[in-house]
Design a protein around this ligand. Structure first.
Ligand code: FES
Length: 61
């Protein structure tokens, strides 16, 4: 999912489950999105999916 830092979708979901519900929060936790930034859209998609699965309000950012 994040090629620059070798972060997997599973890692993003895990971070989201730990309360990192923004692209920035996930980036601080996993470093995903802190390289070229090209994966930020994909991170947002994963967060939207995780939030929907969780019943927590979905994010548009
Ligand atoms: S692919 Fe994630 S920062 Fe470059």
């Amino acid at each position: 999912m994040c090629w620059c830092n070798g972060v997997t979708v599973g890692r993003i979901e895990e971070s989201a489950a730990c309360g990192n519900t923004t692209v920035e929060g996930v980036g601080r936790d996993t470093r995903a999105g802190t390289g070229c930034g090209g994966c930020k859209g994909r991170i947002a998609d994963v967060l939207t999916g995780a939030a929907a699965a969780d019943g927590t309000p979905s994010l548009t950012a």
